[in-house]
Ligand binder design. Structure first.
Ligand code: NAG
Ligand code: NAG
Ligand code: NAG
Length: 427
């Protein structure tokens, strides 16, 4: 016992001194990870390397998640794991209010550790879990190719138990929280570890066979055949929601989710009549528009959805409709279908996000295409949730320095796609 505690103390003390010398030899301006869509769950999955020795760890992305969590209960083997002990700077940065004693002395269960609540947004479950630190390795990038691997020696994360993985894509071992308003989200940790600006960008591939990409840090963001998408981004402010609807534990705190100010919706450049008070955010965090990779398709509160579907149908009144296929309400014969443009009119002068056929219609059979938006219900907490299908082949930059969202609209218009990042290493 005396030996064990001596060893622990030794370990805790020495780690912060050894590793920075490895990391400080090279300062990347940006990092890059692949992102694939799991066809069975429609979850967006990335892969990073963690632990000693390093192992690849698959993680589902969560734009509303507050931190990285992984399953520490099964299969976690690492000589550099160390729990975050209560009343240390690592614990205070997490704003954890709990200090727990657990006596198994293994990853996820140690004495005198601070704890947080890892959250599985797909099953709406969370549980208490030990805060810990371990090595994370990821490829740097010059914006065009992956470069040298870089290491964050003390990457802060939270331990989940194996049952929290239920509902996640096969092979996934946790979730990568990309949310805002905290110091321990994955983008925050990377930008402070390498002192680059707190920005990240996602570009989701529309194919399940080829990877999209996730960048940490500023552009360039270059896609074959040499298109730097960071040069043509349009910006709109990110809006603070005073209440975090994502995690029940964190009510009363500003939301970790990304809200933008949709002021209206146009179809074929005609503004739709809708109850605009639903588009602003209320005192309890209700209403407004957020971006989410949890929803496979954009959802709209029922009255907005009906107005939207009716207006879209009016623009295509000469095209034969087909029997709707759930969860969609409006379907057409695909032949010669000319899809009207949908615009989300945004905060900022003349700023709108245009959605064209590739992101608005889904081909459900050889002959039938459906409007790829779904009814969010009359009691939807958030009025519009922009989902995965509408994000694919669009690059989105979450700029936390200037609190704004940069978006590209469809990359197909610039003859590239999110699957066109050149993943051949130049290191
Ligand atoms: C971090 O970056 C900022 C601005 O780019 C710079 O002023 C500062 O000196 C850097 N800090 C370190 C420790 O490199
Ligand atoms: C518009 O929405 C708000 C918020 O849900 C609601 O209180 C109000 O009654 C609605 N107005 C109309 C005309 O339906
Ligand atoms: C991808 O990058 C590699 C390494 O820089 C380069 O050799 C290769 O030509 C690039 N591929 C294409 C299609 O440009």
């Amino acid at each position: 016992m005396a030996f064990a505690s001596y060893f622990l103390l030794f370990h805790t003390l020495i780690i912060p001194f050894i590793y920075p010398s490895i990391a400080s030899t090279f300062h990347p301006n940006a990092l890059v990870l692949p992102v694939t869509r799991d066809p069975a769950t429609n979850q967006y999955v990335t892969l990073l390397h963690q632990r000693t020795p390093l192992v690849p760890v698959k993680l589902t992305l969560d734009l509303s998640g507050q931190f990285l969590w992984v399953d520490c209960e099964e299969g976690y083997v690492s000589s550099t794991y160390h729990p975050a002990h209560c009343h240390t700077p690592q614990c205070s940065i997490t704003r954890s209010k709990s200090c727990v004693d657990c006596y198994l002395s293994k990853p996820g269960c140690n004495i005198n550790t601070c704890n947080l609540f890892p959250n599985n947004i797909f099953t709406h479950t969370n549980q208490i879990g030990e805060v810990a630190l371990d090595v994370v390795a990821v490829h740097s990038t010059d914006g065009s190719n992956p470069g040298k691997m870089v290491i964050v020696p003390n990457f802060l994360f939270t331990c989940g138990r194996t049952n929290l993985l239920k509902g996640l894509a096969s092979g996934v071992k946790g979730m990568a929280g990309l949310g805002r308003n905290n110091e321990i989200s994955v983008p925050s940790i990377f930008s402070s570890a390498f002192n680059f600006s707190k920005k990240f960008a996602i570009c989701l591939s529309s194919s399940t066979k080829s990877s999209g990409v996730l960048f940490f840090g500023d552009g360039p963001y270059v896609f074959l055949p040499g298109v730097d998408v960071s040069k043509s981004l349009i910006y709109t402010p990110l809006i603070t929601n005073p209440d975090n609807s994502a995690g029940p534990i964190f009510h009363g705190r500003p939301a970790a989710e990304y809200f933008i100010g949709v002021k209206g919706i146009r179809i074929n450049e005609k503004l739709i009549q809708l109850n605009t008070s639903l588009l602003s955010i209320g005192d309890e965090g209700e209403g407004g528009t957020k971006i989410s990779t949890v929803n496979p398709y954009t959802t709209m509160e029922t009255s907005i959805y009906h107005a939207f579907v009716n207006a879209f149908a009016n623009e295509l009144e000469d095209v034969p409709q087909e029997k709707p296929i759930a969860p969609f309400k409006l379907c057409f014969n695909s032949k010669n279908l000319e899809v009207p443009a949908i615009d989300f009119v945004l905060q900022g002068k003349g700023v709108f996000w245009r959605i064209l056929g590739g992101n608005s219609m889904v081909q459900v059979s050889r002959e039938v295409s459906c409007l790829a938006f779904v009814d969010g219900g009359i009691d939807a907490t958030t009025s519009i949730v922009i989902g995965g299908y509408q994000l694919e082949d669009n690059l989105l930059q979450f700029d936390l320095v200037n609190s704004r969202l940069g978006f590209s609209s469809s990359l197909l218009l610039t003859q590239t796609t999110c699957a066109n990042f050149n993943f051949t290493s130049s290191a």
